[in-house]
Design a binder for this molecule. Structure first.
Ligand code: UN1
Length: 503
């Protein structure tokens, strides 16, 4: 039997909780370590049947007018509005993020639906001037095919929504392969929203596949019926998925790890910076790809800032606990493995001469709670651990020479990932330098706000080992369509381009 809480949440959404399957995939509540459900998994054959159904749906969906597809996405957004609260509670129960953040995650789903609905009437190509008399050139964008959407545990529903809302208005079905750590939120989302498409005769355009990586995920990734594979997760995952899709010359949209830094210069508002650092580094228990993992602070303000940050962390340490309680600001890590990685990192920090200013320990209670940690790295020495992404709330602090902003930017850019970055400064020159071509090499660069918590209206993603993909806002929709360049000759002659004469 799924837990009472899970049953109640599904009921609150007008759904029936999935029945437990013997030997099924165990779903753990990270706040207490108990198994709350055992769900059925798809085998390869079942997964392939869903791929075939999605492909058949594509052949119909591609001919549905864009604004009509937009209307479907609008209704999906409406349904999410109606069920925002219980869906958020399920995110909290299964993933462990605080309820305020879980509500924000569902809001992110709603926002992208609104955004995509608007796009459905404005997606379009440009007209170019032809060099040939009486000719017209333009480009148009067509649906590309089914999208395979692989998502991670940390944003168990929002990242699917970023992809799905855009894909649907673009005319592409979506086959969703969620993290095996968070299948319940995916099942609830699917059960809630798939009927919206089904009522309009496009139910097969939304598919959910829950299955083991080797048997099922690899077969999905290799299938040419997915011209686009959109994958969110670790760099290690991306290194497996990217080459497999490339080998069949498919397209990927990769949104992988981050090792994001905040730079604080001598002119910065330190109170503002300290608050942003605490949320960026300890929010979601350090399990966002946009989490702040490194603080680079100007020597002249370092002591004052570190005092404020440590003070904020001491308050945070009082607010670790059950993510269902809105008074708690830090929930558990996702599982025992994540906790063990945190412990291993702390051990290495100490061995390598890092000074733990606050945190550095596991809470002695059931569930995977760790104390958000601030580490001063030894001055004048390399500290390689700082350049590695540990998916936990560990913030490394390094000082830089007060006038050496370029040096700080170089340290920021020396990691393999390039997702998010921020500077706190009151200097226009510093801000402009920070996001100049010689500045941050990340996909996101913020001034006077933290590295996490992006809005859906911007394109989201990053460079280097982050994978280069862009999801969500701006013109990220282009990834979900194919471009066609069209030229029409409205004249009676047949002039050749480049002035070639061939008569
Ligand atoms: C992620 O961690 O995979 O910018 C996504 C943010 C959120 C999305 C994070 N809007 O922090």
């Amino acid at each position: 039997m799924p837990s009472q809480e899970v049953k109640e949440i599904f009921e609150a959404m007008g759904l029936v909780a999935p029945t437990d399957v013997e030997g099924g995939l165990a779903v753990e509540d990270p706040s207490c370590g108990e198994i709350i459900a055992r769900v059925a998994q798809d085998d390869r054959e079942a997964a392939m049947a869903k791929v075939a159904a999605a492909h058949a749906a594509f052949l119909r969906l591609r001919e549905v007018p864009g604004p009509v597809r937009g209307e479907l996405v609008r209704r999906i957004g409406e349904r999410l509005r109606q069920h925002k609260e219980p869906l958020a509670r399920l995110v909290t129960a299964e993933m462990g993020k605080g309820i305020a953040e879980a509500l924000g995650e569902v809001q992110e789903m709603i926002d992208i639906c609104d955004f995509a609905t608007g796009l459905s009437r404005s997606l379009g190509g440009r007209t170019m001037l032809s060099e040939r008399p009486g000719h017209r050139m333009f480009e148009q964008w067509h649906p590309v095919g089914s999208v395979l959407c692989i998502t991670a545990f940390n944003f168990p529903v929002a990242v699917w929504a970023w992809n799905a809302a855009l894909a649907f208005v673009c005319g592409d079905p979506v086959v969703w392969k969620p993290s095996l750590k968070t299948p319940l939120t995916a099942m609830a989302t699917h059960a809630l929203l798939q009927p919206v498409l089904a009522e309009a005769g496009h139910g097969d355009a939304m598919q959910l596949v829950i299955g083991p990586d080797v048997e099922v995920a690899q077969a999905l990734v290799d299938d040419p019926r997915f011209p686009l594979v959109s994958a969110t997760g670790s760099c290690a995952m991306g290194r497996k998925v990217g080459p497999r899709v490339a080998a069949r010359l498919g397209r990927t949209l990769l949104e992988l790890g981050g090792n994001n830094a905040i730079i604080v210069d001598a002119t910065a508002d330190l109170d503002l910076a300290a608050r942003a650092i605490a949320f960026g580094a300890a929010g979601t228990a350090g399990q966002r790809c946009t989490t702040t993992r490194r603080l680079l602070v100007a020597e002249s303000v370092a002591d004052a800032l570190v005092r404020k940050v440590v003070g904020a962390y001491q308050q945070l340490a009082e607010r670790i606990g059950d993510p269902r309680d809105p008074a708690n600001l830090v929930g558990p890590l996702i599982d025992a493995d994540a906790r063990d990685q945190y412990v291993a990192a702390i051990e290495r920090i100490e061995a390598d001469g890092g000074e733990i200013l606050v945190g550095g320990r596991v809470l002695d209670r059931s569930g995977y709670y760790v104390v958000p940690t601030v580490v001063a790295v030894p001055e004048g020495k390399e500290f390689p651990l700082m350049d590695q992404e540990t998916f936990a709330p560990i913030l490394y602090v390094r000082r830089f020479g007060t006038d050496d902003l370029d040096g700080a930017i170089a340290v920021q850019n020396q990691v393999e990932q390039g997702l998010s970055s921020a500077i706190f400064t009151d200097s226009v020159r510093a801000a402009e330098r920070f996001w100049s071509p010689a500045g941050s090499d990340c996909g996101i660069a913020n001034v006077n706000l933290g590295t996490s918590g992006a809005e859906i209206g911007g394109a989201f993603g990053g460079e280097k080992a982050t994978g280069g993909g862009r999801e969500s806002g701006s013109d990220a929709w282009k990834a979900y369509m194919r471009r066609q360049t069209c030229t029409v000759n409205g004249s009676n002659a047949l002039p050749l381009a480049q002035g070639i004469r061939w008569e």
